[in-house]
Structures are given as structure tokens and as C-alpha cells.
Design a binder for this molecule. Structure first.
Ligand SMILES: C[S@@+](CC[C@H](N)C(=O)[O-])C[C@H]1O[C@@H](n2cnc3c(N)ncnc32)[C@H](O)[C@@H]1O
Length: 415
């Protein structure tokens, strides 16, 4: 939120949304007070993930160094509270001591500052050093940069698109630090507001059956480009969406990995036959023919976007192991989500819906995902359940192959 005029609009929006204050909301080991300001219980999955990444970071490092975590747009302060209560595992507390942890909590809304301070009291009692700020994010980040104050974990949970804050956020993120980003700007990234996508992402965003995944890839590309401007690299750790909010967890690397620039590219889909294709920007050539026939392709092209992995399965295994070993208080839905993401790294980039394929064969009813995957594996193709788009699978088989396999095995009554 860039200026005072926008801030006024936001406050009147919140006032229209006035809800009953809740005196005692519980999540993880936290119990906190909610006021009429913004709070969404169903963001619990993103909060659980942030707790697990914080726990991994604090538990992992052998060095005697200070960890500084920043909840940049804290709302009622729930993330910071959960980091201090749920992510600081007893074993890390013994090993590292709490003197090595600082948590910064910021929200520009002055009306929330008393509530935040009350909610965070358990952390002060526990001995964690807290820094409360009441600044516009832009101001806090600029001051931190001037003061050379770096954070190991930054949670940026804003309204709309976070892109104007990416560069200042990355400038104060320590190497190997983790950025946890939320965007509610689904209209631009899913192709429903193409002008807004050009403005906020400098990218073409087209509607696509896997639009949630396209949106995540566009967001990752925006992060990568800002990191690259600083000569740094990125490693996606986890990405997911509920169709309304897009969550991206990224590790900020001192250097780009070899060929990282090759991960920036375009994904095309023929609006007639549904064929998909992709190209890295580095080797951009003409597009191949689709299944419509020579010269008939009507490619709808999205990008530049991130063509690389969306998830880091080893990191997800690590947080899962941590969560199980230390009974980190996350909900069952988060556990299932970790399982799903871990099983689908996010490449190959092509995601298909069984409904779409069934309608093109045509079949009376779409095959189950398990059957589709089994058929593709039997023909030697890679195939997984998509971790990010429900009802989709990911494969390296072309559309022609998908139709051939379905025709051969399903039309003739394959059991
Ligand atoms: C989506 S809410 C945060 C919710 C919170 N992270 C949670 O999990 O419940 C966004 C918050 O950002 C604050 N905010 C909006 N624009 C801001 C800005 N430019 N700087 C700092 N805070 C801002 C709002 O007051 C609001 O509390």
C-alpha cells in the first residue's frame, strides 16, 4: 500500500468488513485476541508452512549466530506469535538458546498496535527479543537497508500484489534466508486482467486450465528477476494456492545456480486443440505445430514465467520429518498438503485435466487420476498427480500421446 490515500481506502474497507472481536482464538500453541481488523482463519495452511520453515531454519544451523525474523504485515501478530511458540523447538532452545533469536513485528495500522503487543506477550515472557514497529513496509525496509539490518526469514502477507515490495524485501534478506510471499492478485496472474498483469508482472497472463500453476510460475518469475538484478539466485521451496491466495516460499541464494536463467520462459497452449508447449527465453524460436495441423496453431502464450521446479522435495521431507519428530502443531490439511507437494516437484511444466482429455477423445467420463497415471507410466512416460491443481496430472507425454493412450486403453474398455 503505497500512499496515504490508498491507506484511507483500505481502512474504510476494513470498517465495512467489521466483525465481532474474538477474545480467544487458538491456532497451534497460540491463543490470541482478534479485533475487527483483517484476519482469515483459512490462511492457517500458509501459517503452518511458515512455522515449519522457521523451525527448520532455527533447528538446522550449527553456527552461533543471531536469527532475525520479520513479520512485515503482521495483522493481529499471529505469525510472529506462532514462530515464537511453535517453531522454536525445545531441542533448538536447548541447543541454541533464545538469546539468538529476534522477532520483528510490523503493521502500518496504528489501531492494531496495542492488540499486537498484547498478543505477543507470551514471547516476551519466554525471553525472545521482540521489536515492534508501526511503519509502512516501505519505510521499515528502507531503514533496515540503511542500517544494514538483515533478516533470515521475511513473511510478506499483503493485500493484492506484493511485487512493488520485492526489491526492497530482497535487499534486506540474508543469504540463504527464506521469503514467504502471499499474493491475492489472482485476477492478473490467472489471465482475467491482462492489462494489470502487464503492469505488475511485465508479463502476458492467459487463461489456462492450470491457471493456479501459471499464477504461481508468474509470481516466482517476478521474484527471480528481482533477485537476479541483485546478482543473487532463488530456490523455490514450496508453492501452493487455494485459487484465492497464491503462496510462494523461496530461498534467497548468494549466487544463481548454473543455468538458472534458463528457468525463465513461456508456456503456450493452443486454444483450439489444447496442445501445450514451452520455451526458455534464452533459446526462443518459433513455435512448433500443434495438433490442429500445419500452420493452424492458435497459441495463447503466458510469460515470462518460471519453468523450473515449484517445490523442493528434500526440503519438504525435512520439514515433514521435523514436524513428526517434534509434534509441531500443524493441522492435518497442512500435513496432507506437504505430502502432495513433495510428490510433485513441478516438472515437466505441463499440467492436464482428465476432464479436458476425456472431452477430446471423447470418453463418456474422465478416467481417474490414478488410472491415467498408471496408463502413462506403463507406456514409459513420467506422470504424477499435480500437487498444485486439484484433479490435474503432470506428464511429459504430448497431447497426441495422451489421446492415443486414452483411445487405445479406455475407449476399447480397458480395465
Ligand atoms: C493480509 S493482512 C496480514 C494478515 C496476517 N499476516 C495473518 O496471517 O493474519 C495485511 C496487513 O498488512 C497491513 N498493511 C497493509 N499495507 C501495509 C503497508 N504498506 N505496510 C505495512 N503494513 C501494511 C494491514 O494493516 C494488514 O493488517
Amino acid at each position: 500500500m503505497r500512499d496515504v490515500a490508498q491507506w484511507g481506502l483500505y481502512k474504510s474497507f476494513i470498517q465495512r468488513e467489521l466483525k465481532e472481536a474474538i477474545p480467544n482464538y487458538r491456532e497451534g500453541y497460540s491463543s490470541l485476541e482478534l479485533d475487527a481488523g483483517f484476519f482469515r482463519p483459512d490462511s492457517i495452511l500458509a501459517r503452518d508452512f511458515s512455522v515449519l520453515f522457521a523451525a527448520m531454519q532455527f533447528n538446522d544451523t550449527k553456527q552461533e549466530k543471531v536469527f532475525r525474523w520479520l513479520d512485515l504485515m503482521a495483522g493481529c501478530g499471529i505469525r510472529a506469535l506462532r514462530w515464537g511458540l511453535d517453531a522454536v523447538l525445545p531441542i533448538s532452545e536447548q541447543k541454541r538458546g533464545l538469546k539468538n533469536l529476534e522477532i520483528w513485528i510490523n503493521d502500518a495500522d496504528l489501531d492494531r498496535s496495542n492488540l499486537i503487543q498484547r498478543n505477543l506477550q507470551p514471547l516476551s515472557k519466554k525471553g525472545i527479543k521482540l521489536t515492534f514497529k508501526n511503519d509502512f513496509a516501505e519505510v521499515l525496509l528502507a531503514r533496515a537497508y540503511i542500517d544494514k539490518c538483515f533478516f533470515n526469514l521475511i513473511d510478506l502477507d499483503c493485500f493484492g500484489s506484493p511485487n512493488s515490495l520485492l526489491q526492497p524485501v530482497l535487499r534486506v534478506l540474508a543469504f540463504d534466508g527464506i521469503l514467504m510471499l502471499s499474493s491475492t492478485d489472482g485476477r492478473s496472474t490467472t489471465g482475467h486482467d491482462r492489462l494489470a498483469a502487464l503492469r505488475s508482472l511485465a508479463a502476458a497472463a492467459r487463461t489456462h486450465p492450470a491457471s493456479w500453476e501459471i499464477a504461481l510460475r508468474l509470481q516466482l518469475a517476478a521474484v527471480a528477476r528481482q533477485a537476479w538484478l541483485l546478482g543473487r539466485g532463488v530456490e523455490p521451496l514450496a508453492c501452493f494456492s487455494d485459487g484465492r491466495t497464491f503462496r510462494v516460499f523461496v530461498r534467497f541464494k548468494r549466487h544463481l545456480f548454473h543455468g538458472e536463467e534458463n528457468q525463465l520462459g513461456l508456456i503456450a497452449r493452443c486454444e483450439i486443440c489444447g496442445e501445450q508447449s514451452s520455451q526458455p527465453l534464452l533459446n526462443l524460436k518459433g513455435w512448433k505445430d500443434c495438433s490442429c495441423g500445419i500452420g493452424l496453431a492458435r497459441w495463447e502464450i503466458s510469460g515470462p514465467l518460471w519453468l523450473g521446479p515449484l517445490q523442493s522435495p528434500p526440503t519438504l521431507s525435512k520439514i515433514q520429518e521435523l514436524s513428526n519428530r517434534f509434534s509441531v502443531p500443524i493441522v492435518g490439511r497442512s500435513e496432507k498438503l506437504i505430502d502432495r507437494l513433495r510428490a510433485d516437484e513441478g516438472i515437466p511444466v505441463f499440467s492436464w485435466s482428465t476432464h479436458d482429455i476425456a472431452s477430446r477423445v471423447p470418453l463418456e467420463a474422465p478416467p481417474s487420476l490414478d488410472l491415467m497415471i498408471k496408463l502413462l507410466n506403463a507406456e514409459g512416460y513420467l506422470a504424477f498427480r499435480s500437487g498444485v491443481v486439484p484433479g490435474h496430472f503432470r506428464t511429459n507425454a504430448s497431447l497426441g500421446e495422451l489421446l492415443r493412450i486414452c483411445e487405445k486403453k479406455l475407449v476399447k474398455g480397458f480395465k
